[in-house]
Design a protein around this ligand. Sequence first.
Ligand code: GLY
Ligand code: MN
Ligand code: MN
Length: 427
Amino acid sequence: MITEVEYAKRRKKLLAKLKKKSLTVVCSASVKIRSNDTEYPYRQNSNFYYLSGFKEDNSFLVLIQGKKESKTVLFVQKKEKLLELWNGKRLGVKKAKKSFMVDEVYSSDKFEKKLKEYMQEKHTLYYDFQTDNKLLLNFISNISSKLYAIKNIAKIIEQMRLIKSKSEIELIKHSIAIAKKAHHQAMKIKKTDSFEYELQALFEFVFKQNGAYNDAYTTIVAGGNNANTLHYIKNDQKLKDGELILIDAGCEYKYYASDITRTIPVNGKFSKAQKELYELVLHVETKIISMVKEGVKRSSLQKEAEKLLTKGLIEFGILKKSYKKVMKKKLHKKYFPHGIGHFMGIDVHDQNPYKTKNNKEIPLQAGMVLTIEPGIYLPKEDKTIPKKYRGVGIRIEDNILVTKKGYENLSQDIVKSVKDIEALAKS
Ligand code: GLY
Ligand code: MN
Ligand code: MN
């Protein structure tokens, strides 16, 4: 659990990074209409949530940095009986004052008026350049850029989010524990002739059953050749005997993601060719995970993964040129076209400033959580690939915490060896 004290500490830490005489506005996410009058399920803006833990829309967090003193102000929706009848209870100003460790709370309809007051004598305005908040954008379009320096706050908050606290790691672990239940369940049940979306429904059910209200991203259930579409989310085909299924599925528990991929046989048993490819990806994944530790650069992990996968692909006769030539012409990218991993946390892809402003790569630091997810993708249509390997896509993805001495594989309990996957299918 993240306490109010932790949220307050984050705001204090952020304030210390901001210019004197500055004003910072962080907006809640906007509600999105789905089909005239009904809404998509609401999901709070990640940066707003990181700083406040508040889940309601139409809210603003304002940080005022004076010459010496600073102040934090929260704007929340006021209580309104009729709207609450339709859309649910609101916390309201009075309770928000008690719940949050901020200096002042006002109702959101006072936001513009208050902002005008705060702007006096402030020289820098920080906000998220990607915000779609009309109120704020309208306000900004009316202020004179001659008087104010305008800066992007998102980058600074996202930098802070890269290093996870103990309580954040606990939530990620919990999210992974729920994902584990779903992945193991999927390994156990009979799948031949089911539709991909039935398996998707199983994941969504197990997530909700265990207290994860949302998936962290749309579940990918890709049977056979569909796995060669990297973000395949149609999930509308039949699972066929003898094929593999790539399942990339993670949930969101109290706003923290898990992001797990397992590739398993529809009928519970790998064929010889599938096993060869699978063992290669597993070997690479294990090797790259073992390299993770503070100080290591993500680009070194990428390079090593590409090297190992290329060697394997040459050995299997999938790439037919010499290692040197393949690397020089980047021929392997055709079969491993994506990155080795990404940071994760409140977002499944936490923003990734892998480089500093001067384009220097940021090495891994203790407290970062990232995915390691090598894969090989061998489309059915590619006739240069030996026939037995065509139409197979394999990715294995785990969630890794960087520590001072090395790493902790947070998802190591989700089975992934051929032996363990086949044993679960039999059980
Ligand atoms: N689940 C999306 C990804 O692995 O990037
Ligand atoms: Mn991922
Ligand atoms: Mn994934």
